[in-house]
Design a protein around this ligand. Structure first.
Ligand SMILES: Cc1cc2nc3c(=O)[nH]c(=O)nc-3n(C[C@H](O)[C@H](O)[C@H](O)COP(=O)(O)O)c2cc1C
Length: 419
């Protein structure tokens, strides 16, 4: 019977344990989690989502406070078009977050940064360019492009001295998205180094509509692998979304997946950035406590716990401090929804906005509990303490469970095994 450790992910001459821990913004996939993954020989991710805020927390900078002060005059103004990111600050925050992480790296693995296109930051092209270039400046091993088609993203960094040395990959949810990406980037003469195929059971935003249940990862994987083989592209294809046990992973590795990307199991790792009480909610969740909804202003469906405080919250848009989802014209679907409710209830008290949420504010405060479909199985991965709470797991424990387990077994922290 095979286990994940019988396989290796190959990038050129180098080999890695074929386990990638996916990016989870905002700072849910912390530097500590990525560093542990790399130490164990796999590929870890940090995320550059709301990186100014992450820098403030990690390095005691005051980027968010400074921006709030700069744009305070605009707080009651519905027009947010004038709120811009200072590109120098964005570069510094990214360099700090990435640089400190890379300096601390030990072991044979790699650390990538997850870079979402949907963080349009009221200046989609220039901010994305600065984010990617600064991460490369700071020594990142690779960039995973996500939450968007990224048709122009490679071109934004084509002049960077590390363009051909950094591992660059993209997350897709269909063979068509990959074809489109390759066609648009053909003139750069630089293929992606890896492609992650994310199915409909993943956490975070989904690359599917509300009909996500009609799709399945294995089918899309087979299509993408066939396409990459037929075209002789030689790009490693990596499966993601709903891979819960080592045996699930082996199933994909045997069908030609070069590695697997996993995340949900690591949301309850000690190294994961979620607050302890939220991790307990993830442990306790049942299947019907989880939903896919459309409250994210990005326009993509998102999976989360139904008890997320972000759902229904009518908080004032936080664009003066954050503004990561402002499109290039200062618009965000939450602002529209909020202003509609404000017009109906002009005193602004106890506003309820059901259709959209202020994702920046709520992700930043860990109030939007996005999660993978199989979050309801996390309770099977740990033991309970005397007070009924679940025992936190180390990232090493979860990683090694994926790496060495067989027969869908899951090793409990005490060393006992559950099926
Ligand atoms: C809490 C959470 C947050 C996530 N945030 C992001 C994100 O910011 N960007 C992204 O590309 N994917 C995000 N994802 C998706 C993961 O990186 C990963 O591809 C996916 O969840 C793998 O499926 P699994 O969770 O079933 O293992 C997130 C997943 C979770 C569980």
């Amino acid at each position: 019977m095979k286990r994940v450790d019988d396989f290796r992910l190959k990038f050129g001459q180098k080999e890695y344990v074929p386990i990638m821990v996916g990016g989870m913004g905002v700072d849910i996939s912390t530097a500590e989690l990525a560093l542990e993954t790399a130490r164990l020989g796999g590929i870890g991710h940090i995320s550059d989502a709301m990186v100014n805020d992450v820098s403030d927390r990690r390095f005691d900078t005051s980027f968010v406070k400074d921006k709030t002060r700069q744009y305070k005059f605009n707080i009651d103004n519905a027009d947010k078009s004038g709120i811009k990111f200072d590109l120098g600050v964005l570069a510094e925050a990214t360099r700090r977050h990435v640089g400190a992480t890379m300096e601390a790296k030990k072991g044979d693995g790699l650390i990538f940064v997850n870079c979402m296109e949907k963080l349009t930051m009221n200046g989609p092209r220039e901010t994305l360019q600065v984010r990617m270039a600064s991460a490369m400046d700071a020594g990142i091993d690779g960039i995973t492009l996500s939450a968007g088609l990224h048709l122009g993203s490679f071109a934004l960094i084509a002049d960077h001295p590390r363009f051909r040395d950094v591992k660059l990959g993209i997350i897709v949810s269909s063979v068509r998205a990959l074809q489109l990406f390759l066609r648009k980037n053909a003139r750069l003469n630089r293929l992606p180094d890896f492609v992650i195929v994310e199915g409909p059971l993943a956490g975070g935003h989904l690359g599917f509509g509300m009909d996500w249940e009609q799709y399945d990862l294995a089918t899309i994987m087979a299509e993408v692998i066939k396409y990459v083989m037929d075209e002789q592209l030689g790009i490693p294809v990596i499966a993601a979304g709903g891979i819960f046990t080592g045996s699930d992973a082996v199933q994909y590795l045997e069908m030609g997946s070069a590695a697997v990307q996993v995340a949900t199991r690591f949301t309850v790792a000690t190294e994961c950035g979620l607050p302890e009480e939220v991790k307990q909610d993830y442990f306790k969740a049942n299947e019907d406590d989880i939903e896919v909804n459309t409250i994210s202003p990005t326009g993509y469906p998102m999976r989360m716990l139904k008890s997320s405080p972000a759902i229904g919250s009518g908080i004032r848009p936080g664009c003066e401090s954050y503004g990561y989802l402002l499109d290039g014209n200062g618009n965000c679907a939450y602002i529209t929804a909020y202003n509609r409710e404000l017009a109906l209830h002009p005193d602004g008290k106890n506003l309820v906005v059901m259709d959209k949420t202020c994702l920046c504010t709520h992700m930043r405060n860990f109030k939007c509990w996005t999660c993978g479909h199989y979050t309801y199985r996390l309770k099977d991965t740990s033991s309970r303490n005397a007070d009924g709470s679940y025992q936190m797991l180390s990232a090493e424990h979860i990683f090694k469970d994926y790496q060495f387990s067989v027969d869908h077994q899951i090793a409990l922290p005490t060393g006992t095994v559950t099926l």
